[in-house]
Design a protein around this ligand. Structure first.
Ligand code: NDP
Length: 292
């Protein structure tokens, strides 16, 4: 029968959070409670929702959260000073600066100011470089979440041909690096790719991170492919607003072996991996090697 298996990101995220909670309890037994600082600059409504969810999730798993809200007209120096202060704070093991920052602040400068060992988003160049060298580092949360889903559903990925559609610094590039580290053969497609659909049809694993609603349909997929849809696109349809992925779910589900839904796929994994990274950061700072 055609019809792909659904990869349930909510259930997988709950599993990761349960593991994190157990790790937090073990750390607390040693008088160590991981702490996550979240910095929000300005009034972007979506960012407010993201930050609230991150703080809620942290508290659920026993991680201390520290919220810093700065006004939209805060200077770059004020943000840099706050990051420096958080770098020094012993109770803060992870620092997350919610993006995007207001236009007058240099995002890269702020991200580079974060102590790499507290960089739970994995955006500092030291962690980006380490990832590309195949070292164990704090990896960006969304690609790390995709890897967890893939390992859960496919087991060993060694020798598989993975196609990543999209080459952003936040998703596409680190995703490609993680897949390579897992011994996949990796192809990265982007807006200048020629014959993208034909290249994608060769993939055993497709990771879509494009930001274009339903771009990847059944004609992009080899029968039996495993499809991870990172896209979150809000569209108007039949007079109402809804969220859809970069994959045309209804056609892809007929061809793929397994597929993530949107919402309820990669989305919940991103926050779960942020909690995972906060625990990993705590262990690194204590000189304890993480066992994940
Ligand atoms: P970006 O806009 O930064 O990158 C999009 C990438 O897609 C670019 O590399 C671009 O190529 C490529 N692209 C654009 N058009 C095409 C095309 N026609 N064919 C092939 N490639 C194309 O997006 P992000 O990586 O930040 O995000 C991607 C999606 O994932 C978005 O929908 C976003 O909302 C979602 N997202 C979801 C997260 C989650 O938690 N689930 C987290 C982060 C993002 P080029 O480089 O040539 O311009």
């Amino acid at each position: 029968l055609p019809g792909a298996r659904l990869i349930d990101g909510k259930a997988a995220a709950a599993q990761v959070l349960a593991e994190v909670r157990a790790d937090v309890l073990a750390l607390q037994a040693q008088q160590l409670t991981p702490g996550l600082a979240v910095v929000l600059v300005g009034e972007d409504p979506a960012s407010h929702v993201y930050v609230r969810n991150k703080v809620l999730r942290a508290n659920e798993v026993g991680i201390n959260s520290f919220e810093y809200r700065l006004l939209a007209d805060s200077s770059e120096q004020e943000v840099l000073d706050l990051v420096q202060q958080l770098n020094q704070e012993a109770q803060v093991n992870g620092i997350l600066v919610q993006l995007p920052l207001p236009a007058h602040i240099d995002e890269n400068k702020v991200l580079q100011a974060i102590d790499p060992r507290k960089d739970v988003d994995g955006f500092h160049s030291e962690n980006v470089g380490g990832l590309s060298q195949g070292r164990e580092v704090l990896a960006p949360c969304t690609p790390a979440g995709c890897m967890r889903l893939l390992h859960d559903h496919c087991g060993d990925l060694s020798g598989k041909h993975a196609v990543v559609v999209g080459r952003s610094n936040i998703v596409g590039k680190p995703m490609a690096a993680l897949l390579l580290q897992a011994h996949c053969s990796v192809t990265v497609l982007h807006s200048r790719s020629v014959n993208a659909a034909a290249l994608c049809r060769q993939a055993d694993i497709v990771v879509a991170a494009v930001g274009r609603p339903r771009m990847i349909g059944a004609d992009w997929l080899k029968p039996g492919a495993v499809v991870i849809d990172v896209g979150i696109n809000r569209i108007e349809e039949d007079g109402r607003s809804r969220l859809v992925g970069d994959v045309d779910f209804d056609s892809a589900v007929q061809v793929a072996a397994a597929i993530t839904p949107v919402p309820g796929g990669v989305g919940p994994m991103t926050i779960a991996m942020l909690m995972r990274n906060t625990v990993t950061a705590t262990l690194l700072q204590q000189g304890l090697a993480p066992d994940h």
